[in-house]
Design a protein around this ligand. Structure first.
Ligand code: PEP
Ligand code: MN
Length: 496
């Protein structure tokens, strides 16, 4: 496809899968012009640093952990929830570091993930047919509050700001220090075996760090070096990236004439900057680029570091792909069973014509029963095309089912089955899995209990227990214990 000129609004000439119908267009225009003038949530140099780190992942010198909620809600933007989410991401990465002996690049599904994917434009509540709830940035969960309201976009901006501010604050004030892992890890985990296994890791890493400190090995930038045992406080100041969801409902959903909600917001947050070189720091694969890119300008989406397009919104000639091809941020593409290998390569040619490393992450989500039929041929097609991609396994989205009681759930065993098949197929194709993408939460209820949304795991959560603390208003998430089970599995895989 010949590249035509791009601008932050060129997506408007394309068909957007999923759109939201705002009844008051003037109101929407006022809100968008306000957002255009609000400051960036993330900076170009952070985005460049992530690109650089993802390029280390692509070379198998680091591993990507990409995780969090399916969709966030405004009400869940609390101190406890944010600390619990970051705590789980830190605990998970520590286990991975221990097994894989690789730096971990973390991207949270947090601080901007307010849209909810829906398969239908309306839903039946009681005897009323109302517009579907599309996420807190569109309309309200209350059936009487379903008219899309542009002010919710502003509210999303400010909730993202509050979340990011607190995450940045936590990570720069010692929350992540290995000297206080109990602040963010296992205080509520009831399984003695899981606790013991985790404590052994923390002790082992602490000892290793004490040793390196004693013999005088230290480094300036611990965010880039903690994995090598060089930092003052291990996870003292970790890099942490946010992820923006670019998936709404499947195509074909109702009135295609409406304005494209998410893209309007993303456009308002797209700003032109000099291509930023981050300050050089030569000692780790994750450190900043040694030589900044030549001076030129580029468009950065400043609402999140990493953006991704959903399996149902990645049409070659669609608005999302058009928007994606022009921004400098690293991007993710969900890859499901319906993506033909030729189309995958065409997609890569469009969004990454120069075949730059670190630019594209392919997040595969076939389902445990289908991965065998598709992953190998996708890998081979990409190898033959010469594109450099990061392969990430999302073992969640192809494995969703409805329980007998009507709750949307996922089975731990099936999730593990897709993950282990993925590792095996990559190895067989001479490829390497670069990361995992999970929906998980460290969220606890008032009595300190984890959520009960996925079945199985070492806690053997049963169908009868699903209703106990089912809190997701979108897809079912692994809870703290189930997530650590996954972390140990990956960690053990790398240790062998
Ligand atoms: C998601 O990751 O929440 C999602 C909806 O993904 P997919 O587009 O792969 O279904
Ligand atoms: Mn989801």
């Amino acid at each position: 496809m010949a590249a035509t000129s791009w601008s932050p609004s060129s997506w408007k000439s394309k068909q957007a899968a999923q759109a939201v119908n705002y009844p008051d267009q003037d109101h929407l225009a006022r809100v968008l012009s306000k957002i255009e003038n609000l400051p960036p949530l993330v900076t170009p140099s952070e985005i460049e640093r992530l690109r650089h780190q993802l390029s280390a992942v692509q070379r198998n010198e680091a591993f990507l952990l990409h995780a969090g909620d399916c969709a966030e809600s405004f009400d869940a933007c609390t101190q406890q929830n944010i600390s619990a989410k970051i705590g789980l991401i830190l605990s998970f990465s520590l286990i991975l570091i221990w097994g894989a002996r690789l730096p971990i690049v973390r991207i949270g599904r947090i601080a901007g993930q307010y849209a909810k994917p829906r398969s239908s434009g309306t839903e039946k509540i009681g005897d009323r047919e109302v517009l579907s709830f599309r996420g807190d940035n569109v309309n309200g969960l209350d059936p009487n509050d379903r008219t899309p309201d542009p002010d919710r976009l502003l509210s999303a901006y400010f909730h993202s700001t509050a979340t990011l501010n607190y995450v940045r604050g936590l990570l720069t004030s010692g929350f992540a220090s290995l000297h206080h892992p109990r602040d963010w890890s296992l205080s509520h985990v009831r399984s003695p075996a899981l606790r013991k296994e985790f404590e052994n890791i923390v002790e082992g890493l602490s000892d290793a760090l004490d040793f390196t400190r004693t013999i005088g090995v230290s480094s300036g930038r611990e965010s880039a070096n903690y994995e090598k045992g060089g930092g003052r406080s291990v996870l003292g100041e970790v890099d942490f990236y946010t992820r923006q969801v670019f998936t709404l409902s499947p195509t074909g959903l109702h009135n295609g004439t409406c304005p494209r909600l998410m893209l309007n917001y993303e456009q308002a947050m797209t700003r032109e900057f000099d291509v930023a070189g981050a300050s050089p720091s030569p000692s780790s694969p994750l450190s900043s680029p040694a030589s900044p890119p030549p001076t030129s300008t580029a468009f950065y989406n400043t609402s999140a570091h990493f953006l991704w397009v959903g399996d149902r919104t990645r049409q070659l000639d669609g608005a999302h792909v058009e928007y994606f091809r022009g921004i400098r941020n690293p991007i993710g593409i969900k890859v499901g069973p319906s993506l033909a290998k030729e189309e995958l390569i065409q997609l890569l040619d469009i969004v990454n014509p120069d075949k730059e490393s670190g630019r594209v992450t392919l997040i595969t989500r076939y389902g445990a029963g289908k991965i065998e039929d598709h992953l190998g041929s996708h890998i081979k097609a990409v190898q033959q095309s010469g594109h450099l991609v990061i392969w990430v396994c999302d073992p969640m989205h192809g494995n969703t089912l409805t329980s007998a009681s009507g709750l949307k759930t996922r089975n731990f065993g099936t999730i593990i089955s897709e993950l282990t098949s993925c590792l095996r197929i990559h190895a067989a194709c001479g490829s390497c899995l670069g990361g995992v993408s999970l929906e998980f939460t460290g969220e606890l209820n008032d009595e300190g209990f984890s959520v009960t949304e996925c079945l199985g795991g070492s806690m053997e959560l049963s169908e009868e227990q699903l209703g106990l603390r089912y809190q997701s208003f979108c897809d079912p998430r692994l809870n703290f214990e189930q997530s650590l089970d996954v972390a140990f599995l990956i960690s053990n895989h790398f240790k062998q």
